[in-house]
Design a binder for this molecule. Structure first.
Ligand code: GTP
Ligand code: ZN
Length: 330
């Protein structure tokens, strides 16, 4: 396939998967990569550039073996002769998937696909939380991508090196870099991650500087003005933001609203544990049990048996606005 596609991340892996769909030459089908996901329309990068695309009816419902495309996906699209658009027919197998648990952990929602490297962005202030960083690193590893920690706003402190040392305690081989997106500091240290065809995604809490970094890497202000107004078939306005960017000099960058705010899903994953508490609570003696000191409390029993972490229960009480009874040390 063409070099243009390779620069977008195309490889033998996708070429092989695409072959059966590209054989019939009477159908004008070609590969493309999802750059933005709107309510009614998509944008895809093809060998021709960035183009509008629609979803084939068969893809609109999630059925077994039929996947709805997400940011970063490679798809097979058919060029419609009359319409000025491509129709997405098929989602190709994913090399990596970034998913979050939904419905209390009973299902997963794929947010991004085919990401190679994830920059976990944090700052040397109240955002800096080593256990949480550890969870993010683990989540990235599960996705199949390579985690890299970026300490942004390093201009704010004298001892940025101390923070990097802490991060390295999470794993001696975990790459960590100090940067200052606002002041263009340390950007050379992350440039090597952007090679042709390689896809980097950004995650981190709100305010750590992901938009600022995106703008720096792209050499233009895209993140603030990244959304475009569109009209769907019903004449409603939908906002779609392109979130898979080509980085000048090579590589691709994903800065996607669903992916970027990992702090939100981190909170969700705790509500998964709360669901366990609610499940246990159905076996408490009293229907209005607060799981503090009541006799016959199934939740307290689970803690005593070591089936439920006392810290999780404490967090639950905190979330309920109840006085927190921190677990006693024995
Ligand atoms: N001192 C300092 N401030 C920075 C740096 N990078 C970003 N900021 C500032 O931090 C604030 C938040 O930056 P954003 O880029 O909007 O952060 P974000 O992660 O995109 O935030 P959300 O859009 O809420 O997810 C802005 O006021 C930036 O100017 C930096 O390297 N140093
Ligand atoms: Zn109880």
């Amino acid at each position: 396939m063409t070099g243009a596609l390779q620069d977008l991340g195309w490889s033998d892996f996708f070429a092989e998967a695409a072959e059966p769909f590209l054989q019939d030459e009477s159908v004008q089908a070609e590969p493309g990569r999802i750059a933005s996901v709107g309510r009614a329309s998509y944008q895809i990068w093809t060998a021709q550039g960035l183009e509008d695309a629609l979803l084939a009816g068969t893809l609109r419902q999630e059925a077994p073996g039929q996947q709805v495309p997400v940011i970063g996906d490679w798809v097979i699209a058919q060029r419609l002769a009359e319409a000025q658009a491509l129709r997405i027919q098929q989602v190709l197998p994913r090399r990596t998937t970034f998913a979050r648990a939904v419905h209390g952990g009973t299902a997963e929602q794929i947010i991004a696909a085919n990401v190679d490297v994830v920059f976990i962005v944090t700052t040397p202030d109240q955002d800096f939380d080593l256990p949480r960083l550890g969870r993010y690193v683990a989540a990235v590893q599960v996705s199949g991508a390579e985690p890299v920690v970026l300490l942004n706003k390093s201009d704010l402190v004298q001892d940025a090196a101390w923070y990097l040392e802490q991060v390295r305690r999470l794993g001696p081989d975990l790459p960590a870099h100090q940067i200052s997106a606002a002041q263009h500091g340390g950007l050379d240290s992350i440039q090597p991650y952007f090679t042709p065809g390689r896809t980097v995604a950004l995650i981190g809490s709100s305010g750590v500087g992901k938009s600022t970094l995106t703008n720096r890497l792209l050499g233009q202000e895209v993140a603030a003005t990244g959304s475009v107004r569109e009209t769907d078939q019903q004449g409603r306005h939908t906002t779609t933001g392109r979130t898979l960017y080509r980085v000048p000099g090579g590589g691709l960058l994903i800065d996607n609203p669903g992916l970027r705010d990992i702090a939100v899903w981190d909170a969700d994953s705790r509500s998964v544990n709360f669901e366990v508490i609610e499940e246990l609570a159905t076996k408490c003696r009293f229907r209005k049990c607060t799981h503090m000191t009541e006799p016959g409390c199934a939740v307290q029993r689970a803690v005593q048996k070591g089936q439920l972490d006392a810290q999780v229960l404490a967090a639950y009480h905190e979330a309920q606005g109840q006085p927190v009874r921190r677990p006693k040390k024995r």
